[in-house]
Ligand binder design. Structure first.
Ligand code: AHM
Ligand code: MG
Length: 336
């Protein structure tokens, strides 16, 4: 028993290291762990929802069968709107900010989240995840505003994700390293399973949707060609792995090393863009990557230094082992 560290104990121990802590952030983390368990339960039952529903619309409890991503969104909102720690929220699934209802107290933090990333994979029983990002508010008093959410990733106070895979894992950082917890479903607790995760400085795996090749810029084409070439002195060719579910692709990347890429594509040459969202996907995972010794770039600059101008801003993303991300940037600099 002595060696078992629950997430609650870990949070308390982290809080003790910070003498000025008021406990508000710890409460928020407890809440994140609780929500992770609730969403995990729904994801585990996903394949049964239609079976349990009588018409496909109504389940045995006479509740409407909600799509899993909507269910995850509602679970997040219901858990956090009265936490007292937040002044405003935003989610990938909602067009505008999610205000804290006037009957509830507000606190000093903001929460941006993707409730169920990769949800298009759910029906095939592929891993999906929840991504979260917490900032300290910048406005003074009252309800939070959009400006409280439009902050650089560098200023995040907590970031992390939950992965609903062969087991459910919660990985987070408060800026003091990256810790991973695995849900022991029999006791309902997240137990510390990955202490101080470190990304290898260089990997042997790249992860990208090669189906988009015709839309790539020259730099990406050349970089991927380079990774696929044989050269024993630089450990090439690299292996390709692509799940198509960001949390799962990222989780593999921080454990084994390598680089995950969702580059800018030229489908619309007048308006080239990445697919992934800065606030709900790129920025929180960038903080985790950096805290684990890796890094994240949009191809030109560090993701954590991008000043957001829109809640749903999309960015190209190169994330993973430091040397691999540096090299991707070099190719883009040289060939565009
Ligand atoms: P979503 O937020 O709508 O689920 O989209 C994000 C997902 C990521 O999980 C994944 O990395 C990417 O989209 C895959 O995109 P593609 O199918 O274009 O390769
Ligand atoms: Mg997403």
């Amino acid at each position: 028993m002595a060696g078992i560290v629950t997430i609650e104990r870990h949070i308390v121990e982290q809080e003790r290291k910070n003498p000025g802590a008021t406990g508000e952030l710890s409460d928020l983390l407890y809440q994140i762990a609780l929500v992770a368990k609730i969403i995990s339960r729904s994801v585990r039952r996903a394949g049964l929802l239609n079976i349990l529903g009588t018409t496909g619309e109504i389940n045995v409890q006479d509740e409407e069968v909600m799509k899993l991503d909507e269910l995850a969104l509602q679970t997040m909102i219901n858990a956090f709107d009265h936490s007292g720690a937040l002044c405003v929220m935003a989610s990938e699934e909602t067009p505008d900010i999610i205000p804290i209802p006037s009957e509830f107290e507000v606190g000093k933090y903001t929460l941006a989240f993707d409730p169920l990333d990769g949800s298009s994979n759910v029906d095939a029983n592929v891993n999906v995840g929840t991504i979260f990002s917490v900032h300290r508010r910048v406005s003074r008093g009252g309800r939070g505003t959009k400006n409280d959410l439009l902050q650089v990733g560098r200023k995040q106070v907590v970031a992390g994700y939950v992965m609903y895979g062969s087991s459910t894992m919660l990985v987070y950082t408060t800026g003091q390293g990256v810790y991973g917890f695995t849900l022991d479903a029999t006791v309902g607790e997240f137990l510390l399973s990955h202490e101080n995760i470190r990304i290898p400085p260089k990997g042997k795996t790249y992860s990208i949707n090669t189906g988009n090749r015709r839309y790539w810029t020259e730099g990406i084409k050349k970089y991927i060609d380079y990774l696929e070439e044989e050269d024993k002195s630089t450990d090439r060719p690299y292996t390709m792995r692509y799940i198509g579910s960001l949390v799962a692709d990222f989780h593999r990347t921080i454990l084994y090393g390598g680089v995950f890429m969702y580059p800018k594509d030229m489908k619309n040459p007048k308006k080239p863009s990445g697919k992934l969202r800065l606030l709900y996907e790129a920025s929180p995972l960038a903080m985790v990557a950096e805290q684990a010794g890796g890094r994240a770039s949009d191809g030109e600059m560090n993701i954590l230094d991008i000043i957001p101008n829109d809640l749903h801003q999309r960015v190209p993303l190169f994330i993973g082992s430091k040397e691999d991300v540096d090299q991707a940037e070099e190719f883009l600099k040289k060939y565009g």
